[in-house]
Design a protein around this ligand. Sequence first.
Ligand code: DNO
Length: 357
Amino acid sequence: MKLTFRWFGEGFDSVTLGQLRQIPGIQGIITTLYDTKPGEEWPADAIAAIKRQVEDAGLKVLGIESVNIHDAIKVGAPERDEYIENYIRTIVKLGAAGIPLICYNFMPVFDWTRSDLAKKRPDGSTVLAYDQNKIDKIDPDTMFKQMKNSAGGFLLPGWEPERMAHIKELFCLYRNVTEETLFENLVYFLDAVMPACDTYDVNMAIHIDDPAWSVFGLPRIVTGKEKLLRLLDAVPNRRNGVTLCTGSLSSDPDNDIPDIIRSLGDRIHFVHMRNTRHIAPGVFEEAAHYAADGSLDMVEIMQALIDVGFEGPIRPDHGRAIWGEVSMPGYGLYDRALGSQYLLGLYDALIRKREQG
Ligand code: DNO
């Protein structure tokens, strides 16, 4: 597997490529054009520029997270084909630039959701946290404002203020969209983009919904093993794969992550590996990557990835805020760097054990 880090691009990230370059074992960067809007066709010169910037820092772009999907595609509106055409043109340009992976999500209206972006832990660090009881007491607009106000001036991924300004209209758009229609619209989208993925060797890797259940009554369809397998069967092309996000899956403790990894096998194109602490049904907080700090069996998860022969990009995911670092919530340098070394340690030890039989 290839250790990578997410980098939001100059001006959007508190972490520099020079800092990332010094992390032992790093092999690549996962980035995006952070100022493009969902639905827009990406300009080839901007793709070339970010690629050059990463390469000038001695690293390689191993994937894009995310090329976001326009709501018209998710709801199946008549203008979806236009936006799908733009998406295909973006795939073609990324593929032509040698970028082999696109991580995306198919969550209505919002990307990932948290009730608290800086929950204090006893050691003084802070973490992202989710409490369904708190979410039940507020409306989507209030949640967006709370997230925005506690993001320390950083723009959160998937929470474009331009879209959020129309939150009521967005909810209306989804009024008649059931889980089943959302699924059909996802399949329609994937069927349309697969030929370009085949021609340009680009893997599509859908991210798990976070949290893995319906929020504010909106349908969510990428939440666990059965739904993932159904999606892979519906579009059997190998290019249609998954971003296995352990944190998102773990929001529902019924998700047996090592078993899910073994069931998805070579359809896992990208891994986000982090740990969470389960507190009660619908209530969790994030933890350090170190297994004993949270509820996930990180050793067994790594073992499962080795067993299925996963060789793609993996990245440490959200970190705690520690040592006074100021960064986008979840995306500081320090704790993700610590986490990455834990992941490499697990990997090396388990591979050594396998070699010794
Ligand atoms: C949050 C991330 C998500 C993820 C998207 C993929 O920290 O895991 O924003 O990148 O859902 O499109």
